[in-house]
Design a protein around this ligand. Sequence first.
Ligand SMILES: [Ca+2]
Ligand SMILES: [Ca+2]
Ligand SMILES: [Ca+2]
Length: 422
Amino acid sequence: MNKITNYFSLIIILILSQASLAYSSEEIPGEYLVKLKENFTARSLVSAFSQKNNKARLVSNESNILLVSRPIVELKSFAMESLLSHQEVEYVEPNRVIHLLAAPNDPELEKLWGLINESKNGDRGVDILAREAWELTTGSKDVIVAVIDTGVDYSHPDLQENMWVNKAEQQGSPGVDDDNNGFVDDIYGYNFADKSSDPMDDQGHGTHCSGTIGAKGNDGVGVVGVNWDVSIMALKFLDSEGAGTLEGAIGAIDYAIANGARVLSNSWGGYFESTALEEAVKRTNQANAIFIAAAGNERNNNDKRKKLNPASIQIDNVVSVAAVAKSGSMAWFSNFGEKFVHLGAPGVDIYSTKPNDSYGLSSGTSMATPHVSGVAALVLSRFPNLTNLELKEKLLNSTTPLTSLQGKTTTGGFLNAYEAVK
Ligand SMILES: [Ca+2]
Ligand SMILES: [Ca+2]
Ligand SMILES: [Ca+2]
C-alpha cells in the first residue's frame, strides 16, 4: 500500500510542478481515467464499461482505475458527466501525455549560470530560464544559425553533431562545387578570411560562441547550449588575431542567407559607417533572417558618441545585445543605449566550448550575443513559420525587466528563453 501511495504522490508532484510553471501537458482526446469506489473492483467492471462505442481496460489492480476510451467526437464535459453518473465511480479525469522533466545530463551544466542560475539551497539568480524553456522545446536540426566569427572547431565532441553540413559537398568530389553554390568544398560553411573551404577556428572566439548557441545537449559530454539540437553554420572571416575585413564580413553574411540560415550571430563590430555593410544587413532582412549583433565592450553609449556597427544599424531585423553579469548588473564593460541597444543577456564568466576538445570562460557582449541567437533558434524550432520581425518582437517582448538595464536598452529587459518560446 505504501508503494501505491508513493506512486500517486509522485504523479501529483509532477503535475503540480508543471502547473506552477504554467505548463499544460496535453489531454488525450476520448480517454478517461475512471476511479472506482472502494467497495467495487475495477477488474470486474471492465465489461460493464465496455458497452456500445466505449472500450475499457484495467490500469492496474492497485489503482482500481479503468482507462475508458470513448468516441473522440464527444464533448469532454458530457463524457465525464456520463461516466460519473455510474454509482460505482468515485472520480473521472482525462488521460494525458506527461513529458519527462527536461534536465540534460551534461556534467558541467552547473557552470552555465546564464542558463540555470541556482544555488545549492535552491535560490534562483538571474538567468534566461533555459530549464523552463526546455520543457517546451530543446531545439531542432532544421534551424540553421550562422556563426559569423573566427570559425568553429567543427570536430569538437560537443559541437560536431550540431554542425550544419552541406551534404552535397560532404558526399561530393574534392575540388568541385558539387551543389553549385559558388563555393568549392564548403562542407561546414566557408572561410572568408583566407578564401578557403575550411572554416576551422584558429582563434577560439567562434567556437566559444557556438557552444553557447548549441553545444550538444543531453549527451553526457561537457556543456549544453541554449539549443540541445541545432545546425551551426561556420562562417569564418576573422583570422587567428580576431581581425577581418568588411569584404569578408559581407561575403559571410551573403553566404549565410543564400544557404538557408534564419539566424545570423554577429559577435564582432567596429566604429565605422559602411553603406555596403548596411545593404548586406538589409538583404538579410529581405531574406527573412534575424541579425543578432554584439553592442560592444567599451562602455560606450551607442546612442550618442559613436555608433558601433553592425549592432547600431537601423534595419528592422537587427537586435543589439548588451552584457549582464551573474549578479544581474550590467557588465562594467558593456556598451548600452536606450535607442540603439535592445536587451541584455549573460555575458560575464560564460563557460563554453574552446578548440581542441577543451572548455573555458570568456566575457563580453560577444558572449551575450549567442545567448540571444540561441533563443532565436529555440523559438524558430517551435514556431518555424514566424517572420523575422515577429521573431524579433517575441525576443524583445518577452524580456525580464532588470533595473540595471532600464534607460540603457530599448526594452529595459534581460533575455527570457521561456517567455520567448511559450
Ligand atoms: Ca559548394
Ligand atoms: Ca566538392
Ligand atoms: Ca554536451
